[in-house]
Design a protein around this ligand. Structure first.
Ligand SMILES: *Cc1c(COP(=O)(O)O)cnc(C)c1O
Length: 507
């Protein structure tokens, strides 16, 4: 059970004069700080930092860490995010002193091993993409999108083509239109048809000589393969545009379909989703991009190159868009991806995708009678259920389901995304889950739907906070949790079921 100490803020635990470490007497001549630092840069009084013992701090963070759900502690079926188990072997490899202790300012001769691994990773990612060249620099999928769009802008500028528009399906991740806007393009939405695919008629209406890029996620955010992708690519290319693949869903098609083969000219990977980078808490991630040959001159510098048996950083690319991140990218994440790809091998990667698809279809089959799935034909690695009927008939929303699952020890699925499905519940089990886990999750969903509605509507009952006001929490970060709770207290809903009580003790 949670005691009140462990959910207090550091500022609430603070006591004047309490310290974690004692600093010894000064053994150098004292300096008057006011002579060394300009007055405008000095505070009038010491900052009101919390004053705590080391044990206070250790307990605070250790207890907080146990309130979290993670892939290592709980099933985490977060659609679109591919929260798979990240093998500890890759963590160990990335922590080898020969990799971990490198400094990016070391001379290249002393970085040969690292540069070789990065060079080889570029080749592997190009091969998996079916594309020509790779930049490992972007620090996240979203930055990969931005980088690729800047590359496209440089390409069109070089060709004296004035193309201002980026087309984005309405089911796309929000980063797609945001990246288009940041790169200076105008984002234009494309509707989906009744099967959840790109509406070709709407595409034709919006494609013209102003189209720079169509951004597509394939498989799309409904977990469906855009089976018209070759036709879509042809129409975009006929209009003189480029096709961008948002690679967040590569976990469904590794070694089975290659974006370059189905018409993509550029793409990003999310190694923290697909290739075992630790994921969550805001990073670090990585977002390598792969592009077709004619776009290579514009890629960010430096590029990792091999001349003879020597690896080096190539800065001499006259048409490059320049740097998008410091050094060579988030190398720690890239090394994990390298280890993951090497340890699976080609056939192993294809198996990753086959099992991811099998697991999603298994869950889909177990759940569709209680949670309608509007677009389920040809589901790949994830599916999107709709709580729309549940909400209108029984008052149970997607949010209620997600919150109640926490009481059963499952991380909530993605909810309310994609926007094209009402009351969306987006479930992606990934290939690393056992059949027993999938069965337990399906059982929990069914149990929840047989429970009294009030119990579900007021969940979670096992966590330290109930339903915080998320907007306020984001905007007023100094608030204590107790200030943010917006729903009824636990006492008002009566007893909870035994499984919930035990989940509560664990959580
Ligand atoms: C996660 C995701 C992104 C953004 O990637 P980040 O690495 O989080 O920046 C873009 N598109 C889709 C479909 C995603 O799921």
């Amino acid at each position: 059970m949670r005691d009140t100490q462990s959910t207090k803020l550091l500022s609430e635990l603070s006591r004047p004069g309490r310290r974690g470490a004692k600093i010894g007497p000064l053994d150098v001549p004292a300096v008057n700080i006011r002579e060394k630092i300009p007055a405008y840069a000095l505070a009038d009084a010491p900052l009101p930092l919390p004053e705590l013992s080391e044990l206070d701090v250790v307990r605070h963070f250790t207890n907080l860490s146990t309130l979290n759900m993670s892939v290592d502690s709980h099933f985490y079926p977060l659609g679109s995010c591919t929260m798979k188990y990240n093998p500890k072997r890759n963590e160990r490899l990335a922590s080898l002193p020969g990799l971990l202790a490198l400094h990016p300012y070391q001379p290249e001769e002393s970085l040969q091993g690292m540069l070789r691994a990065l060079w080889e990773l570029q080749g592997m990612l190009a091969e998996i993409a079916g594309l020509h060249a790779v930049s490992l620099q972007p620090a996240a999928g979203a930055q990969g999108e931005l980088t690729a769009l800047l590359v496209a802008a440089a390409y069109f500028k070089d060709r004296n083509e004035d193309r201002t528009n980026v087309l984005v399906p309405t089911s796309a991740h929000g980063t797609n239109p945001a990246s288009a806007a940041m790169a200076g393009f105008k984002a234009i939405g494309i509707e989906s048809d009744r099967e959840g695919m790109i509406d070709l008629n709407d595409l034709d209406r919006k494609l013209d000589e102003k189209t720079a890029v169509l951004m597509i996620t394939n498989p799309n955010t409904l977990g469906l393969f855009e089976h018209q992708i070759c036709e879509v690519a042809k129409r975009v290319h006929d209009a003189g545009g480029l096709l961008y693949l948002d690679g967040a869903n590569m976990n469904a098609i590794l070694g089975i379909a290659r974006p370059g083969d189905f018409g993509a000219d550029m793409m990003h990977y999310n190694p923290h989703k697909t290739f075992s980078g630790p994921h969550g808490g805001g990073g670090p991630g990585a977002g390598p991009i792969a592009v077709r040959e004619m776009l290579e001159p514009y890629l960010p510098t430096p590029r990792v190159v091999k001349r003879g048996e020597t690896y080096s950083l190539d800065w001499k690319k006259p048409k490059t868009i320049g740097r998008v991140r410091s050094f060579f990218g988030n190398v720690g994440i890239l090394i994990r991806a390298y280890a993951y790809i090497l340890s699976h091998g080609g056939e192993g990667l294809a198996d990753v995708s086959r099992y991811a698809v099998l697991n999603a279809n298994y869950l889909l089959a177990k759940l569709r009678d209680v949670l309608p799935v509007p677009f389920s034909k040809g589901c790949l690695h994830e599916f999107v259920g709709s709580a729309s009927e549940l909400k209108s008939e029984r008052g149970i929303s997607a949010m209620d389901l997600a919150k109640r699952l926490l009481d059963y020890g499952f991380h909530a699925p993605t909810v309310y995304f994609p926007l094209t499905v009402k009351e969306a519940v987006m479930i992606e089990p990934t290939e690393t889950e056992s059949r027993e886990t999938l069965d337990a999750f399906a059982d929990a969903m069914r149990t929840i739907l047989s429970e009294p509605v009030e119990l579900v509507q007021s969940a979670p009952h096992s966590s330290s906070v109930n339903r915080p006001d998320e907007v306020r929490a984001a905007k007023e970060q100094h608030l204590a949790w107790s200030d943010l709770s917006v729903t009824a207290s636990k006492e008002s809903i009566g007893p909870v079921s035994p499984s919930v009580a035990s989940a509560g003790e664990r959580a």
